[in-house]
Design a protein around this ligand. Structure first.
Ligand code: UFG
Length: 335
């Protein structure tokens, strides 16, 4: 089965591509290389020992998208990652985010072959500021905390409208919690072009000496140690959930389907617990200080994974310890 992976050279996309190739799918990647590096292509080929097709393409350019699908009408499934993902940048440049993330989604849905499995890379950010944890998929959309969050909600809503209006549309939205870690080969991983915003890449860069000190954003939350609780999921587990989603869509009897699933471990871990776990797993000391709260951060967010386990038959397998070791291995290799 030939799968198109948009944003397939990015952090999450590259891990999913490796997993698809391992599971005997054939893969076409499109990526505009804005937040990814062409060198990932060789790394993917080295890890998988398989060939794949890559095309540099901007999903916001209608002509390019139309021509691409004219040339690739044999695509049998789409996994859509290509999007801008910095919460902070989205607050500064909202139009850039709406334009890129929403236009890309619209053009993709408009020109891709009809009725083929479509998997959208969404986020738990669609739930907004939630009171009750674990968060399940019935939780309604909350007030979007950023333009980035809003684009994820809008893209899901667009999928929903498309689903309602068509006789054959098969889609799944995967709502990721906090993906971390890297492929065990150490060849692909998270490689932000700018200063990392997320906890784990920042932490590994501090430990390797690329950055001075980690700031823990607030220790006055009402949690076990005052720091925020999140659900950190190994990117290898996250990659597997996409295979489960594609297989689920393929096995459906009905031509019409739309559902959303949480992708997390179901376990909430505090920032301090994560730092301690990193120190234990790697034997390295993390230099950190306690700083102010980061505006917009939720106190607690972790997934209820029951629906995903029941319907997709997917469950996370890796431990936090393994995820953190792989992140450290990537930092060492990558440097
Ligand atoms: N944190 C620090 N110091 C840092 C970076 C993060 O203490 O330098 C803390 C944050 O305050 C938070 C936790 O580490 O408590 C996790 O922060 P991340 O930035 O790694 O992740 P978020 O939970 O803020 O963001 C993730 C995704 C977003 C998504 C969001 C939805 O990265 O794409 O979840 O809640 F929008």
């Amino acid at each position: 089965m030939k799968i198109l992976v948009t944003g397939g050279l990015g952090y999450l996309g590259s891990h999913v591509v490796v997993d698809l190739l391992k599971n005997s799918f054939s893969v076409v990647i499109i990526d505009n290389l804005i937040n990814s590096d062409i060198s990932s292509l060789d790394c993917i080929t080295n890890i998988s020992n398989k060939n794949l097709v890559f095309e540099k393409l901007d999903l916001t350019k209608e002509k390019q998208v139309e021509e691409f699908f004219n040339r690739n009408s044999d695509i049998e499934g789409v996994i859509h990652f290509a999007a801008l993902k910095s919460v902070r940048e989205s607050i500064k440049y909202p139009l850039k985010y709406y334009h890129n993330n929403v236009t890309g989604m619209i053009l993709l849905l408009e020109y891709m072959p009809k009725g083929i499995p479509f998997v959208f890379s969404s986020s738990c950010t669609v739930y907004g500021a939630v009171e009750n944890n674990p968060i399940d998929e019935n939780t309604p959309y909350g007030n979007p905390q950023s333009p980035y969050a809003h684009t994820k909600q809008i893209c899901e809503i667009i999928m929903n409208s498309k689903f309602k209006s068509e006789v054959n549309f098969k889609g799944i939205s995967l709502r990721y919690f906090n993906p971390i870690g890297a492929h065990p080969s150490g060849l692909i991983g998270e490689n932000p072009k700018n200063k990392p915003e997320n906890l784990v890449p920042y932490l590994t860069q501090v430990v390797s000496g690329r950055r001075e000190e980690l700031t823990v954003f607030g220790n006055d939350y009402l949690t076990i140690d005052g720091t925020c609780i999140r659900d950190y999921i190994h990117v290898m587990d996250l990659a597997d959930s996409h295979i489960a989603a594609i297989n689920h869509l393929n096995n459906l009897k009905s031509k019409k389907y739309l559902d959303d699933f949480n992708i997390g471990t179901g376990k909430g871990i505090s920032v301090i617990q994560l730092i301690k776990m990193f120190e234990e797993s790697t034997g390295k000391k993390v230099q950190y200080k306690i700083g102010k709260r980061r505006p917009g951060d939720l106190e607690v967010a972790y997934a209820n994974t029951k629906k995903t386990e029941k319907i997709l038959g997917w469950k996370s397998k890796y431990t936090l310890d393994e995820a953190l070791q792989s992140a450290w291995n990537w930092e060492l290799n990558h440097q």
